[in-house]
Design a protein around this ligand. Structure first.
Ligand code: GDP
Ligand code: IMO
Ligand code: MG
Length: 428
């Protein structure tokens, strides 16, 4: 039995979806532990190219149970659309479950996300406008509705009434329209018809899975640099993508975690606002964007691109307690003569920092301290093992592992399932 968490080690979009799809062939359960449909997890396999938002990326294996954990915020309409799409391409959703304790993300959360971003004027966060921040705010304020409430209509009606008393005042202040409670209740009753059989208390299910020695994969959303506590606050999401939160959001005991894989790209990307010291505004950055197809999987926004950030990876590795790294998109760097890696930050007072990512108020003016490495001219997409890689690419990956202080377990050189291989020689 192994319980493995897969988490983003950068600013999100590292390729978590494709790693889960790769690893899930050996799993019995895949559990999304936080976030909502702000996620866009791309999977390319026999079913084509699909972007998953709420459904865990183990769904393409009919024998794997997929759970949307209690740490998530679930937009029922968006989930139904996703299920309909998956069914339309022949993917069975018979083993898709939703924790009854997961929060419900309602249409007014999206409206509030839009209105709050507008009210911030020039100080936007650059959210995906999927309502994730307002839904987690309501969770913390104890005015949220939970997926299990759909199973108890009378209780749900009372909770909705109580929530709307505050929500409608907020909407009024921000210039929005009041929500009609009856209409929303009717919509939720329609969702209930389709979702009720999937809403479960995950405790007995996962307890049995652990007792039976099953393999569990915990799927994170976004990455540590957008973690609510450890990311570039306030330019963060409203949940915790780091591994310490994985067991809680999945509904497992904290000590059940055996392995923690951090996923990172061979360079850096970031979508949304906030400091990003390694960002490139030149032809190399444009090339990364074009070759890497760096456009948000959920919003289509262009992703900001830059060189690999060695300080951020060290921070991510330590905070997550990573046991292994998965490095993706190595192929995007093919043909670049000289590669740069950020090995430290120079702060505005002239001091240098290498052992942590400083607070946002300092990071905003930080300048990267670069080191250079030779690139490679041979295309790597055809490589199917460590020994196939050009030695310059091996050296580059080894440097990433050294900076992180964690061995590289997997490398990917293209988006498809077989474009990924085990590093070999590592204990993972
Ligand atoms: P996630 O949110 O972490 O699952 O990542 P996204 O799906 O948002 O973004 C990763 C993008 O890179 C997707 O379009 C993937 O198909 C693509 N991708 C993943 N791994 C590789 C790789 O090794 N090479 C290339 N060229 N593309 C990759
Ligand atoms: P995956 O799981 C990249 C970013 C937004 C914004 C910040 C807060 O595919 O890696 P939110 O809508 O969560 O309130 O926005 O987080 N963001 C993502 N960036 N990938 C994602 O998901 C993201 N989800 C949110 O751009 O900066
Ligand atoms: Mg993504």
């Amino acid at each position: 039995m192994t319980v493995t968490a897969v988490v983003g080690a950068q600013w999100g979009d590292e390729g978590k979806g494709r790693i889960i799809d790769f690893l899930a062939k050996r799993a019995d359960f895949v559990i999304r532990f936080q976030g909502g449909d702000n996620a866009g997890h791309t999977v390319v396999n026999d079913f084509g190219k699909n972007v998953l938002h709420l459904v865990p990326c183990g769904i393409f294996y009919p024998n794997v149970h997929n759970i949307i954990g209690s740490g998530c915020v679930v937009n029922p309409q968006s989930l139904l659309q996703e299920i309909a799409h998956l069914k339309s391409i022949g993917v069975s959703c018979a083993r898709l479950w939703i924790s009854s304790r997961a929060q419900m993300l309602l249409p007014y959360h999206r409206t509030l996300d839009e209105l709050e971003e507008k009210a911030r004027g020039a100080d936007t966060i650059g959210t995906t406008k999927r309502g994730v921040g307002p839904a987690y705010s309501d969770k913390a304020a104890r005015s949220g509705l939970r997926m299990g409430d759909l199973l108890q209509p009378q209780w749900l009606e009372g909770r909705l009434d109580s929530a709307l008393r505050v929500v409608n005042r907020k909407l009024e202040i921000l210039g929005g329209e009041a929500v009609d409670g009856r209409e929303l209740y009717g919509l939720l009753m329609e969702c209930r018809l389709q979702l009720a059989p999937r809403i479960v208390d995950t405790v007995p299910m996962l307890r049995m899975a652990l007792d039976a020695g099953n393999d569990l994969l915990l799927e994170g959303q976004l990455g540590v640099m957008r973690d609510l506590d450890w990311g570039i606050y306030p330019y963060v999401t409203s949940s915790n993508p780091t591994a310490a939160f994985a067991t809680s959001g999945a509904g497992l005991p904290a000590r059940s975690l055996d392995k923690i894989y951090g996923v990172c790209k061979a360079y850096s990307t970031c979508v949304g606002d906030g400091p990003f010291p390694v960002e490139l505004h030149d032809a190399i950055g444009k090339r990364m964007q074009d070759v890497g197809q760096e456009f948000g999987a959920t919003t289509g926004r262009p992703r900001r691109c830059g060189w690999f950030d060695g300080v951020a990876i060290r921070y991510a590795a330590w905070l997550n307690g990573m046991t292994g790294l998965a490095v993706t998109k190595l192929d995007v760097l093919d043909g670049i003569q000289t590669l740069k890696i950020c090995a430290g930050y120079r702060l505005s007072d002239g001091s240098e920092i290498t052992n942590t990512v400083p607070d946002t108020s300092l990071l905003i003016d930080a300048q990267p301290i670069w080191e250079e490495m030779p690139g490679w001219n041979i295309p790597t997409t055809g490589c199917r093992g460590w020994e196939d890689l050009p030695s310059a690419a091996q050296n580059y990956i080894n440097r990433i592992a050294e900076l992180a202080g964690v061995p590289v377990a997997y490398v990917s050189v293209g988006p498809e399932r077989d474009h990924m291989f085990d590093r070999g020689g590592s204990p993972f």
